[in-house]
Design a binder for this molecule. Structure first.
Ligand code: DC
Length: 227
């Protein structure tokens, strides 16, 4: 039995986070949502009205920001804290959605967060999802997955997710935001969203949630049981 790192990358709305979380639970691994970190920095910048074009201001606000994952025994899950405050769903608002790609394109932000992500992976036994996990954060990850799905399916899933949280949204607006973020994330100069050469691509358009989780768990178990 060996301990491994599982990197899951892909476009917005492909179900990466919920899949990664379920995979981690099945394997008794830690799950880390790296997108939540970029969202939390974005929330902090929005609250403090940081001008994203002002590099000095970005750097100074970054230095006062403390991000921490704490284990919540009652939920058997990790919760993200920003300067000692639980962030929760505040990082999923349309305001954060519309700014997060621009924040994630800032070199200094990426450098700081990648360092934190790598520290979390030192003990292995981790599943992390994002855009650059298999390429930049953990290029040596034992298992790399790249998730894709058609835009209509992704938009419909996001719409349902929001509805379940009691948030009524405009499906066209969701589609537009997903397309914009795909474009921005894949064309930025620093760590663009690309499939790692050794990643296994899983198209989830016609897969159920359980099917996609089972597929990844099976791949992971094969590697874990190798000598
Ligand atoms: O996975 P998500 O939609 O919560 O991610 C929010 C944004 O953060 C997304 O637009 C791209 C960015 N991101 C990134 O650049 N690198 C990561 N490892 C994770 C997310």
């Amino acid at each position: 039995m060996k301990d491994i790192v599982i990197a899951i990358d892909g476009y917005s709305g492909t179900g990466k986070s919920s899949t990664a979380k379920a995979v981690a639970r099945r394997l008794h691994y830690i799950y880390v949502d790296s997108g939540a970190m970029y969202r939390t920095v974005t929330l902090h910048f929005l609250k403090n009205k940081v001008n994203l074009d002002d590099n000095l201001s970005v750097i100074s606000h970054l230095s006062e920001l403390e991000l921490e994952y704490r284990f919540d025994n009652s939920k058997n899950d990790f919760e993200l804290f920003l300067n000692d405050l639980h962030v929760g769903d505040q990082i999923r608002t349309p305001d954060v959605n519309s700014k997060v790609s621009a924040v994630a394109a800032i070199k200094e932000v990426r450098r700081a967060l990648v360092k934190k992500q790598q520290a979390l992976g030192e003990q292995k036994r981790i599943v992390m999802d994002g855009r650059d996990i298999g390429t930049i954060v953990f290029p040596q990850a034992e298992l790399k997955i790249f998730m894709t799905a058609g835009i209509e399916v992704r938009a419909a899933r996001r719409y349902r997710e929001l509805l379940e949280k009691g948030i009524n949204s405009d499906p066209d607006e969701i589609s537009r935001n997903l397309r914009e973020r795909d474009h921005f994330d894949s064309t930025r100069s620093d760590s663009p969203l690309v499939k790692a050469k050794d990643a296994i691509e899983i198209d989830t358009t016609h897969l159920t949630f359980d099917q996609q989780v089972n597929k990844i768990v099976k791949l992971a178990e094969n590697i874990i049981s190798e000598n």
